[in-house]
Design a protein around this ligand. Structure first.
Ligand SMILES: CC(C)(COP(=O)(O)OP(=O)(O)OC[C@H]1O[C@@H](n2cnc3c(N)ncnc32)[C@H](O)[C@@H]1OP(=O)(O)O)[C@@H](O)C(=O)NCCC(=O)NCCS
Length: 64
């Protein structure tokens, strides 16, 4: 069921929940292959690529 829009829908729901809870920013560690998804959702890359659990990641943030 990947690449059917489910991940984007879940992220949009989580962003709305974060907003309702009074958060003013979100931080995530994205697997490099998923960076485009989070960019589309308004996240921006911060810093260099790093390896976690053997997988390349990048820190991304989004203001709410
Ligand atoms: C990343 C993940 C959560 C996305 O969920 P999903 O339901 O497939 O997401 P959507 O269908 O809403 O969006 C897919 C988008 O994610 C990105 N993407 C996800 N997996 C990708 C891959 N293997 N290669 C390239 N782009 C990918 C693309 O931008 C894609 O958009 P596109 O189909 O228009 O090119 C899911 O594929 C997954 O769990 N992947 C394996 C683990 C992982 O990468 N987790 C991320 C941890 S930060």
């Amino acid at each position: 069921m990947r690449r059917c829009g489910i991940g984007e829908g879940i992220c949009r729901l989580l962003i709305a929940l974060a907003k309702d809870s009074g958060a003013n920013s979100i931080v995530l560690y994205a697997q490099l292959t998923a960076e485009a998804l989070y960019t589309r959702l308004g996240f921006q890359r911060e810093g260099d690529v790093f390896t976690e659990a053997g997988i390349e990641h990048v820190r991304m943030t989004r203001q709410i």
